[in-house]
Ligand binder design. Structure first.
Ligand code: PAF
Length: 290
């Protein structure tokens, strides 16, 4: 049997339509790649779709602004939803199918089943955004079970998220391999994020202190510093000295468990988060010491 060759981007709004399209591909022996997103796509998302295109035969992208991962005072309502532009970017990046569900499709009235990854859900981002990772874990589990992809692609920018999804996928025996792709940055170092669109010019300039603090930590470890608390203090100092930046956290933790460290380990990650006006930005850098 010859597998159908999608020539134009398919857009599915129901679970049944996604399953039908994926089943046809699977029966034809095609591998399936999946890129879950909340839309407002930028070059970072495009690079994930391109990576999925390079590694898999059939590429599914989901676009769903997931209400359960937003707190009551967060930006769910103002989160950008540029549907036509997003679909065009998906098509140009090589996606075959976009799953564009409504809130009722993902959470029918009376929905009451949630997924929690204890330990990883309630530290760092999870401590500052209570319930956020419960919403992420729940929607990603549901999406994974709808698409049943061979591989799913996530950005390193959301480091804690991809680690939590790795653990959850392993512990729930979900049949999808997690691929983490590098953070894309603007030329001045700012990590790409859909939320960068909220920043004024002054806030955006101040936001550069995040990548600068990460580079400071990198130089510090490279020059032999082993005292993690010193490095954290230096990162905090740099962010706190930036006018307009309000620090949430700047830590160096174990790259898998996200547990605090006192002295440098072979595999660490620096995680930072700060607010600039009403916009929260996060960034990170992984350090592998040989
Ligand atoms: O990273 C995101 O865009 C979202 O958290 C995700 C993984 C699509 C779940 O809604």
């Amino acid at each position: 049997m010859t597998a159908p060759q999608p020539t134009t981007l398919l857009v599915a709004e129901t679970v049944a339509d996604v399953r039908a399209a994926v089943t046809v591909m699977r029966r034809a022996g095609r591998s399936v790649g999946f890129v879950p997103t909340m839309g407002a796509l930028h070059a970072g998302h495009v690079s994930l779709i391109e990576q999925a295109r390079a590694e898999c035969d059939f590429v599914v992208v989901s676009i769903f602004v997931n209400p359960t991962q937003f707190g009551p005072n967060e930006d769910f309502n103002r989160y950008p939803r540029p549907r036509e532009r997003d679909l065009e970017l998906c098509a140009n990046a090589g996606a075959d199918l976009v799953f564009y569900p409504t809130v009722d499709t993902m959470y029918p009235p009376g929905h009451r089943t949630f997924v929690e990854v204890s330990g990883l859900s309630d530290v760092l981002e999870g401590q500052i955004r209570p319930g956020h990772f419960r919403g992420v874990a729940t929607v990603v589990t549901k999406l994974f079970l709808i698409v049943l992809a061979d591989k799913a692609f996530f950005g390193q920018k959301d480091y804690q998220q991809q680690m939590l999804i790795r653990v959850m996928t392993r512990e729930l025996n979900l049949p999808t391999e997690i691929v983490t792709c590098p953070t894309l940055r603007d030329p001045d170092g700012l990590a790409m994020s859909s939320r960068n669109a909220y920043l004024s010019a002054t806030e955006r300039q101040a936001g550069l202190c995040l990548s600068q603090a990460l580079r400071l930590a990198e130089r510090s470890f490279a020059s032999g510093e082993c005292d993690v608390k010193q490095v954290e203090a230096a990162m905090r100092g740099m962010i706190e000295a930036t006018p307009g930046a309000v620090l949430d956290y700047a830590v160096v933790v174990h790259s898998e468990t996200l547990c605090p460290l006192a002295t440098a380990e072979p595999e660490m990650v620096a995680l930072i988060a700060a607010r600039f006006g009403t916009t929260r930005l996060i960034d990170n850098a992984v350090f592998i010491r040989k």
